[in-house]
Design a binder for this molecule. Structure first.
Ligand code: NAD
Length: 359
């Protein structure tokens, strides 16, 4: 298979971890006889420095003509000035809109070897395997918002959660299709007891499930209860679908289950066109340039890229198996060990993944 993959390393540890993702993809290409053509483009703070724009047009054009995109991270203290004309994160929001990436998939899987790195009890988290679908281009983060001065000197601010029937249909359908390939259970999370937008989600979702996926087990959970259930019974969930803001908060909460940000990948998908794959962590300015960042989230994002954008399931599984075997052999980066214990650097742990891939 021949595929064009765009690399958007971004800022901080982004370039360090993306480079390791590329090494793994190159190894997969030679093992399975594929040809991946990589091209690197600007996003985030480095793009602001070089072009004045967090997402230059040349990046958008390259992404649109690719099959998939591997992103590192954007942002850092250098670009944090609240009065700045543009911010690195603007590049992320814009690329999602430009490519119509309405679904953010975040797998939350605990690794047996890392159970003790989690702040939660082993017996609660063992066996957790959840796939979140967070709606990414609608709701509270994109609806009308404003700020006004009141005559009495106060300010009044508002943000509005807006969804249409088709926006709910497409993400619920995508999540249900994923559940069919997993353990046949879909949980929809909303706040229908209070919010009109959630009541639309509930009606549309129930109809799609009844008409198109009658065989799936389907449950509805209020977002406040879900925040508790995620910590008390995470193994009871398979696929979870929810709106933009609820997904933002719940997926960060869920990221604590496996124990380290450095292990979690995510994918953003539209109905067609390239998908965007990235680790969920940020640019980690505190460790950038030290060679100690954990590249495994990015390597696992590369596995998602193979699975979801290139349809290469066996290749994806072989990366995931290699990562598990490296952890099983006891290899760890600094974020996965107690302070002072020996650990491997970014390149060294990837060397072990590469060895496991060809073994
Ligand atoms: P962060 O995820 O960058 O870092 C949080 C902590 O986790 C830090 O101590 C960091 O060293 C550690 N960490 C993160 N990734 C790691 C890895 N792969 N290996 C080892 N340790 C790792 O979050 P933050 O510090 O809140 O944000 C830093 C910058 O990143 C900010 O500018 C923020 O806006 C940006 N950010 C970007 C994204 C993105 O690009 N998608 C996401 C979140 C934050």
């Amino acid at each position: 298979m021949q595929s064009k993959i765009v690399l958007l390393p971004g800022d901080g540890i982004g370039p360090e971890v993306v480079q390791q993702g590329v090494r793994v993809l190159q190894s997969i290409a030679s093992k399975f006889g594929h040809h991946f053509e990589f091209s690197e483009h600007l996003i985030g703070g480095i793009a602001i420095d070089e072009t004045g724009d967090a997402l230059p047009n040349s990046t958008i054009v390259a992404c649109k003509s690719s099959e998939a995109i591997l992103l590192g991270a954007v942002g850092g203290p250098k670009w944090d000035d609240p009065n700045a004309k543009t911010r690195p994160e603007a590049g992320l929001l814009k690329i999602r809109k430009e490519l119509g990436l309405f679904a953010n998939l975040r797998p939350i899987v605990t690794f047996a070897e890392l159970l003790d790195s989690s702040p939660l009890k082993r017996e609660i988290i063992e066996g957790t395997d959840i796939l979140f679908f967070r709606e990414l281009t609608g709701g509270l983060y994109f609806g009308p918002s404003g700020l006004e001065e009141l005559p009495d000197g106060q300010q009044r601010a508002f943000s509005t959660a807006v969804y249409t029937t088709s926006e709910v249909e497409r993400i619920v359908r995508m999540a249900a299709q994923a559940a069919l390939k997993r353990r046949n259970k879909l949980t929809m999370v909303d706040k229908a007891n209070v919010l009109e937008a959630s009541r639309l989600w509930r009606r549309v979702s129930a109809r799609i499930m009844k008409e198109e996926f009658p065989a799936l087990e389907y449950e509805v959970v209020l977002v406040d209860s879900m925040a508790m259930h995620l910590l008390s019974r995470p193994t009871s969930f398979d696929v979870v679908v929810t709106s933009n803001m609820f997904g933002d908060i719940l997926t960060d909460e869920a990221s604590m289950l496996p124990g380290s940000l450095g292990m979690l990948p995510s994918a953003s998908l539209g109905s067609s066109g390239p998908g965007l794959y990235e680790p969920i962590h940020g640019s980690a300015p505190d460790i950038a340039g030290k060679g100690i960042a954990n590249p495994l989230a990015t390597i696992l994002a590369a596995a998602m890229l193979l699975r979801h954008s290139l349809g290469l399931e066996n290749e994806a599984v072989s990366i995931e198996t290699a990562v598990r075997s490296v952890l099983a052999a006891g290899h760890r980066t600094a974020d996965l060990v107690r302070r002072g214990q020996p650990s491997l650097g970014t390149i060294e742990i990837t060397d072990h993944v590469l060895k496991a891939l060809v073994a």
